[in-house]
Design a protein around this ligand. Structure first.
Ligand code: ADP
Ligand code: MG
Length: 262
């Protein structure tokens, strides 16, 4: 399936560099390029320590960057441009940009003392100014979609890990993000709970949500992602349509990685 290249991508990362200091260490991100089109699902794969989490955390502006640039719908992230001057955005403007992205973490990060419903409605009401009744209706629709309508008044501790992660996904979607970022959303789940979460992500893909998914789930990446990106040592080694990625990996590093994880 070819992707129309004449439009502005939803997300564009160009030459992204990030170091965590620690003198002489190689950077966590060493010039990363990534382009995500509307409704595209991009899986990011690679060994531990290759920079996958740092990449999505930089995109979500949870980390400062040391070089390169990122654009959301063509808008420069983290900086403002005045003629030839570029300066970092104020926090309030960073928050405005971050609201257009949703992030789902390995460790759900739900607020334990709030109900499921409040976990989903809080940001829409207090941050986005959605009227409470409307936020609640939308949250209930989303809970229906992730199969948890009957858990609206439960607290996170009363739910399984898979259920908590489905709530976290509903929460991320409730804010109507332009792009959803996932950082190993199933890695902390017991094996029997992985599929229910992957199914929810798959449904979102079918609905046209634009997504970047860091994952170790090869079968999922192969069947759901449009493109797969392989990272090693802070660099993108391969970025290919999913089928080619798995059937004819070019680099020996990816070949080895796929053999080891098969
Ligand atoms: P991955 O998610 O692919 O496992 P990470 O993005 O977590 O990789 O890490 C990439 C590199 O950056 C690793 O060398 C890791 O040790 C380093 N790193 C990540 N986060 C931090 C941090 N907060 N402080 C120092 N080093 C970090
Ligand atoms: Mg990681």
């Amino acid at each position: 399936m070819s992707v129309e290249r004449t439009t502005i991508p939803v997300l564009e990362v160009m030459g992204l560099r990030k170091s965590f200091g620690g003198g002489g260490d190689r950077p966590a991100l060493d010039g990363v390029d990534l382009r995500v089109e509307d409704s595209e699902v991009v899986a990011v794969l690679g060994p531990s320590g290759s920079g996958k989490s740092t990449l999505v955390r930089c995109i979500d502006q949870l980390e400062s960057i040391d070089g390169g640039a990122m654009y959301l719908d063509g808008e420069l992230l983290g900086y403002e441009v005045h003629g030839s001057h570029i300066r970092p955005l104020r926090d309030v403007d960073v928050q405005r940009q971050r609201r257009r992205m949703g992030m789902v973490f390995q460790q759900f990060n739900l607020f334990p003392h709030w109900t499921v419903l409040r976990n989903i409605t809080e940001a829409p009401i207090t941050v986005h100014g959605v009227p409470p009744a409307e936020a609640k209706q939308r949250a209930m629709d989303l809970l229906e979609r992730v199969g948890l309508a009957d858990k609206a008044n439960a607290h996170p501790r009363q739910l399984s890990g898979g259920q908590q992660q489905r709530v976290a996904i509903a929460r991320a979607v409730a804010a109507n993000p332009r792009v959803l970022l996932f950082d190993e959303p199933t890695s902390s789940l017991d094996p029997e709970l992985v599929d229910e979460v992957l199914q929810v992500i798959k449904d979102l893909a079918v609905s046209g949500m634009t997504m970047v998914v860091v994952t170790h789930e090869m079968a999922f990446a192969r069947s759901v992602a449009d493109r797969c990106v392989f990272m090693a040592e802070g660099k993108v080694i391969e970025d290919r349509p999913a089928q080619e990625f798995f059937e004819s990996p070019r680099s020996t590093r990816l070949q080895t990685f796929l053999t080891r994880t098969a």
